[in-house]
Design a protein around this ligand. Structure first.
Ligand code: ADP
Ligand code: MG
Length: 224
């Protein structure tokens, strides 16, 4: 069985009139080692789908299985632990904590399990691999947009997640830096042997990935 199985997932939001149907019927199987782009216009439900895959949001119907486990059967603390150990998120805006240093930000996901010396060594190694060793003690405000996104990439990987989920990771960067982040994500996906899913409306970025899926009218298909 694939590491991530999405079966007939639908998602709608209640409104005053008819429910707003965002995802109609999504089925896809993805495995560790794959790198995939999800394309689609603004409002097509890309973030909604990524949040459901990452267990941040629940489907209205259908199933998600991650490594043979249905995460939505877990209770809230179990789900938080599961998510923390299996999923690394990168958002359009870095979501770093301004009062913490680069190293402290990268260590955040390890706090729940008691930040160990192993975790610190892992964090330092990742910071080195995203090219920010000299900036280890700096705060986010002292970094450029591209550098902050690099920190977010290191933080997303610190727990050795099975899946790295990036939602418009270069959306707030210029073209050169957008490309650099995409290449960094791909390099690390291959070194770390994770599943990488990148949501983007940037076709150049999508073309770097080995598989492209397109979200249209609530359905997902292989992009041409
Ligand atoms: P994308 O990421 O492709 O731009 P989204 O997944 O963010 O699309 O949103 C898809 C649609 O769902 C949009 O019409 C948006 O307004 C709507 N939507 C997203 N989240 C909610 C919510 N919590 N409540 C109601 N509608 C929502
Ligand atoms: Mg979005």
């Amino acid at each position: 069985m694939a590491d991530l199985v999405v079966s007939n997932v639908a998602k709608s939001y209640p409104t005053r009139d008819e429910p707003l149907v965002v995802l109609r019927d999504i089925s896809v199987e993805l495995s560790i080692g794959e790198n995939v782009a999800i394309l689609g216009p603004s409002g097509s439900g890309k973030s909604t789908l990524l949040h459901i895959i990452g267990t941040l949001d629940t489907p209205t119907s259908g199933e998600v299985t991650l490594r043979d486990q249905d995460p939505f059967q877990l209770n809230e603390p179990q789900l938080a632990k599961f998510r923390n150990e299996n999923i690394g998120f990168i958002f359009q805006d870095h979501h770093l904590l301004p009062q913490l240093s680069v190293l402290e930000n990268v260590l955040i996901p390890t706090i729940a399990s008691g930040a160990s010396s192993d975790a610190t060594a892992r964090a330092k190694d990742l910071i080195d691999r995203v090219g920010l060793s000299p900036r280890m003690d700096h705060r986010p405000a002292e970094l450029s947009g591209g550098e902050r996104q690099r920190v977010a990439v290191a933080r997303a990987l610190v727990q050795n997640p099975m899946a790295l989920l990036a939602d418009e990771p270069s959306g707030s960067l210029d073209r050169t830096h957008a490309n650099a982040i995409a290449r960094l994500l791909l390099d690390l996906q291959q070194q770390e042997k994770t599943l990488l899913i990148v949501v983007t409306h940037n076709i150049d970025l999508a073309n770097l990935m080995s598989r492209r899926l397109e979200l249209d009218d609530g359905r997902l298909s292989e992009a041409t």
